[in-house]
Design a protein around this ligand. Structure first.
Ligand SMILES: [Zn+2]
Length: 339
């Protein structure tokens, strides 16, 4: 099969790799319909994480090609969506809704879904099938559910977004934008999107943002405070993962409020005194996308939400390198790769 490999920072190509096979009786093999490039794939691309001949990709939708003898809930031919973390969905951690930290968790990034085929471990616990093959125009939205929508949704949930609340979203990548959409769906009264880019501001408004703050850091916090009677937001979504963005999120939250942080943390160190006097709740981590998938897939099928709009560039898998370049240069918010 053809698959994306990151040879070293900044060096991505599509190469031949062995076709995946059923290795465990609980495995499935899927034929990808579409996959995509994640903001987190840019960390190694830019040299912030070590990378050496790594398979890439952890977001996926596709058709079940083969199942192991113990697989019960999906069958050959089903259209399926799965999380970026494979999970058994039966352990105590999964049962509590934290499938991304399942005791048997298997990160899909290690398998690499930017490929024609992928082995899905623990298929019953990982995959959710649609009742019928989806209409073609819904494919991007189902693909978004695999990570960025589920992650934005978890961030809003972790930030305890509720009807009537004021929400601020730090980060205008796909996850931040879908955090805006999630906040709208959860009934937020006011949604402040923090973004400096006109195209992303426009999409944030389309997803439900009521206010835009272009300033960052201290000025950004001051702008959020000004919009909230000096108090700060009730709920803040952090979708970047840097020291600046995390502190911006903590400072923009009112005492007693909640921060939902989902940006993959890079060099974040929280100063104890600032944290102490902030009096905010912090909850986050790798999103348990599997918890939300059935609900999100139902909303997509019913056309209640259109998260696929975050894909502003679509390329064939063979042109993956061009997709990485476009995301690295911020020429694209998120790149879909069709297979
Ligand atoms: Zn589990």
């Amino acid at each position: 099969m053809r698959a994306v490999i990151m040879h070293s920072p900044g060096n991505v190509s599509v190469v031949d790799r062995p076709d995946p096979r059923i290795e465990q009786p609980t495995d499935a093999v899927i034929r990808l319909a579409a996959t995509c490039i994640c903001g987190s794939d840019l960390w190694p691309y830019r040299g912030a994480n070590e990378v050496d001949e790594a398979p890439m990709g952890h977001e996926y939708v596709g058709y079940v090609e083969e199942v192991g003898p113990d697989v019960r809930t999906v069958k050959v031919g089903d259209f399926v969506v799965g999380s970026f973390m494979a999970s058994d969905n039966t352990c105590e951690i999964c049962a509590a809704g934290y499938q991304s930290r399942c005791v048997n968790v298997h990160p899909m990034g290690g398998i690499g879904t930017q490929a024609e085929y992928a082995r899905i471990p623990m298929a019953d616990g990982t995959l959710v099938a649609t009742p019928a093959p989806p209409e073609a125009d819904l494919l991007p939205s189902y693909l978004a559910a695999s990570d960025v929508l589920g992650t934005g949704w978890f961030a809003a949930d972790a930030a305890e977004v509720r009807p009537g609340k004021t929400v601020a979203v730090v980060g205008d990548g796909a996850v931040g934008l879908l955090g805006v959409l999630a906040a709208r769906e959860m009934g937020a009264d006011r949604i402040i999107a923090m973004s400096r880019h006109a195209d992303r501001q426009e999409l944030a408004r389309a997803f439900g943002a009521t206010d835009i703050v272009a300033e960052r850091g201290r000025e950004g916090v001051a702008a959020v405070k000004e919009l909230t009677g000096g108090l700060g937001a009730h709920s803040v979504v952090e979708a970047v993962g840097t020291q600046e963005s995390m502190m911006q999120a903590v400072r923009a939250t009112r005492p007693g409020g909640h921060v939902g942080f989902v940006g993959v943390s890079h060099g974040v160190e929280l100063p104890g005194d600032k944290l102490f006097y902030s009096a905010v709740h912090l909850h986050g981590g790798p999103a348990p996308v599997r918890r939300y998938l059935p609900d999100l897939m139902r909303r997509i099928a019913a056309r209640e939400i259109d998260p696929g709009r975050v894909f502003d560039l679509s390329l064939p898998l063979e042109q993956a390198a061009e997709g990485y370049r476009a995301m690295d240069r911020r020429e694209a918010i998120k790149v879909m790769l069709t297979v």
